[in-house]
Design a protein around this ligand. Structure first.
Ligand code: ADP
Ligand code: MG
Length: 543
């Protein structure tokens, strides 16, 4: 999700002056795996492990994917000067190439472009990822996009699946209200644009690629993720021999150009050359450069003009004419692209809800429409994982099998056996409310406590949550750079695959996999958001 970028408040010591051990192939994970319980007992620290806290003996490397392969590569001590040079080169490259976010310590940085820039948090080197799972994830992108489209057309399924959640979750209630009004007026979206990102983690024990969630609104980092891949290729072109890595194994990342292409194609389907694409943005946005990358590519490559408006501004300046045309401050809007509106905090007053409703009623192409937005909720993810539900939406049996294969265990809290199991072994589950944007999930002992509380209250509150099987990726050594400081520690990664889907009535104009986002976080952290301050941007090293 997009969102204000928060950076680490504590700065561990810099890498300079410390002897650094770098494995010849850092993509091989460390040979040990943290015991699950130990990991959960650790606090969800936002501070990465500092270099000085690590043993300064050589680092042994284990299998490349953490899934039981033979150990490859031996440890090699690298002079601290080399790490220093890599970090320094990476920081310069980021500044010169726009791999930047707003600096939280600068008050104007979330509002005024060009003020208070800091490099985006990044991993110094790309993370190892097995080709086979990469292919699997890429192959799933168009299938998920098709699924979203099909489910979005079944208003009754959406309303019924979310009916109990609606009673206890005010935000879901408001979204469903808009959706139900659209059903009442029989609103049809002939042109439908989805810019989704499906996130996955590799579960070490089951050797499975499991979907964490499917984002259908405000899928963030199409701009910056491409730059991180470029940064890594650049570093490996220069230092590859020293670190035993080949830049050609970092796949090219097309996210920004393909997303811009999809938005431009949607704009073109709208067929009004004077219309604009409107980015709906938060009032303060430290991740604005990720968004500006998209606008810039749309302008340069496709000649499409973009404007940026907050929900409050749209309420004040927006009109819908009798033929459905949406104008905002005099601009006809062809496409509404949401980089805000996914969280209750985006709607501090009725004004923002009025704006959302106004746009939904209009003939502008919404990315996402209210239906697409609802399909991306965690409750719908859980409903789709129930037996025989995918069959309602997809005919192709192979596609169904592929989708099901990546579903981790997902349950509603009606399931008493699972609730009992989660109370007994909370470390094996994640408890999720209907929220987006990071920092909302419940882990470890808090799962037990929350379930006890909800059960004892005997309330309907239970339906505000879903339970999910906890995925355990193998931890690997990583160098995470934030605010110009490099931290070394055991880290785990989450791979997001972007997908773009555009159709006009019966014609599917685009349904493609569109690049990737790798995020890496210290393994002791439960959450994974970059903007929320938990993870860094990364790229992948295929093996
Ligand atoms: P959000 O909408 O807040 O991004 P997610 O479902 O993506 O919600 O969860 C946020 C983060 O929590 C993920 O990026 C991931 O790091 C972690 N997480 C979520 N689900 C699981 C899971 N089943 N197992 C392990 N970690 C998870
Ligand atoms: Mg997420």
């Amino acid at each position: 999700m997009g969102g204000a970028s928060s950076v680490l408040s504590q700065s561990p010591p810099s890498v300079s002056n410390l002897p650094i051990i770098l494995p010849s192939n850092p993509y091989n994970p460390t040979p040990f795996r943290l015991d699950r319980t130990t990991r959960f007992l650790r606090s969800d620290t936002r501070t990465a492990m500092s270099v000085s806290s690590l043993p300064l003996s050589s680092v042994r490397c284990g299998g490349s994917d953490g899934l039981g392969e033979e150990a490859r590569g031996s440890a090699r001590v690298v002079a601290p000067e080399l790490v220093e040079r890599l970090v320094s080169d990476a920081l310069v490259w980021s500044s010169l190439h726009g791999l930047v976010v707003g600096d939280r310590s600068n008050q104007r940085s979330g509002k005024v472009p060009g003020t208070g820039l800091v490099h985006a948090p990044f991993a110094l080197l790309p993370m190892s990822f097995p080709k086979v799972y990469w292919r699997q994830a890429c192959e799933l992108a168009p299938i998920f996009s098709e699924l979203v489209d099909r489910v979005s057309l079944d208003g009754t399924f959406l309303q019924e699946s979310l009916s109990r959640t609606k009673k206890v979750d005010a935000f879901t209630h408001r979204l469903l209200e808009i959706h139900s009004k659209m059903l009442e007026i029989n609103k049809k979206e002939d042109i439908r644009l989805g810019l989704h990102r499906s996130d996955y983690m590799l579960d070490a024990e089951t050797k499975s690629l499991f979907q964490v969630e499917l984002n259908t609104i405000s899928s963030s980092f199409p701009g910056l993720s491409c730059l991180v891949s470029e940064l890594h290729r650049n570093l490996l072109n220069h230092y590859g021999k020293h670190v035993g890595l080949d830049s050609r194994k970092v796949p090219g990342n097309t996210a920004v150009s393909r997303y811009a292409e999809a938005l431009a194609k949607a704009w073109s389907e709208y067929n009004n050359s004077s219309a604009v694409v409107m980015f709906v943005v938060q009032n303060e946005e430290r991740n604005m450069y990720d968004q500006y990358w998209l606008s810039e590519v749309m302008k340069e490559m496709h000649g499409v003009t973009t404007i940026r408006k907050t929900l409050a501004e749209i309420d004040a300046e927006g009109r819908v004419s009798s033929d459905g045309t949406l104008t905002v401050n005099g601009h006809t809007v062809a496409v509404v692209y949401f980089r805000a509106g996914y969280s209750p905090s985006d709607y501090p007053s009725e004004s923002e809800w009025r704006a959302r409703f106004l746009m939904e009623q209009s003939a502008a192409i919404k990315c996402p429409s209210i239906s697409y937005h609802l399909v991306g909720t965690k409750k719908i993810q859980q409903e789709l994982a129930k037996p025989n539900v995918l069959e309602r939406f997809i005919d192709n049996k192979d596609d169904i099998a592929k989708l099901r294969k990546c579903f981790a265990g997902l349950w509603s809290l009606d399931n008493e056996d699972v609730v009992k199991s989660a109370i007994e072994k909370p470390e094996l589950y994640v408890l999720k409310p209907q929220r987006e944007g990071g920092g909302n999930n419940i882990y470890g002992d808090d799962v037990r406590e929350t379930l006890f509380r909800l059960k004892s209250e005997g309330s309907e509150e239970l339906s505000a949550y879903i339970l999910m099987q906890r995925i355990f990726p193998t931890a690997s050594l990583a160098y995470l750079v934030r605010e110009g400081v490099c931290h070394r520690g055991d880290a785990i990664s989450e791979l997001g695959i972007y997908g773009a889907y555009l159709r006009n009535k019966d014609k599917v104009i685009m349904n493609d996999q569109c690049g990737y986002l790798m995020r890496t976080k210290v393994s002791s952290s439960n959450e994974g958001g970059v903007a929320a301050g938990f993870a860094v941007l990364d790229s992948i090293y295929l093996n």
